[in-house]
Design a binder for this molecule. Structure first.
Ligand code: TYD
Length: 130
């Protein structure tokens, strides 16, 4: 599976912790940041793969599951720490579910939004792997 859990540097302080992401902890230069919030608990997000784009997902608050598929295998990763992120390289189908109340998913992406980089049909994704 072309994914990795990456620890985000954490500066601990009795006044509250601080984590920082600079380009050196990621294998790509980031071009865009977006975030999911106000997510109903039964919601499912994702449901696509990217042709070129890489993404780094962080549960800034709360928790959720990321179900990953590389065309051969499926794996579920639970994100629930603001100091740990999931790198999803290109060519990986992802679905997000099981969002806790008040959860926030931050996504750092290697490219600006471009619909032509998405594969949104699972069968088309499987065909792209052959
Ligand atoms: P989508 O990427 O499908 O959301 P998710 O995978 O998190 O469930 O995007 C949902 C909608 O938002 C879709 O119509 C495209 C739009 N969108 C943008 O306009 N810009 C963006 O940067 C993103 C991520 C989505």
């Amino acid at each position: 599976m072309n994914i990795a859990l990456i620890q985000i540097p954490k500066i601990e302080d009795t006044r509250g912790n601080l984590s920082v992401i600079e380009n050196d902890i990621l294998p790509f230069e980031f071009k865009r940041v977006y975030y999911l919030y106000d997510i109903p608990s039964a919601a499912e997000r994702g449901g696509h793969s990217h042709i070129k784009q890489k993404e780094f997902l962080i549960a800034l608050s709360g928790s959720f599951d990321v179900i990953l598929n590389n065309g051969l295998q499926q794996q579920t990763v639970t994100l629930n720490k603001p100091y740990e992120g999931l790198l999803i390289n290109e060519g990986i189908w992802r679905e997000l579910n099981n969002f806790s109340s008040g959860s926030v998913c931050l996504v750092i992406a290697s490219a600006v939004y471009e619909e032509s980089d998405y594969i949104r049909d699972f069968n088309a994704f499987l065909r792209s792997k052959k």
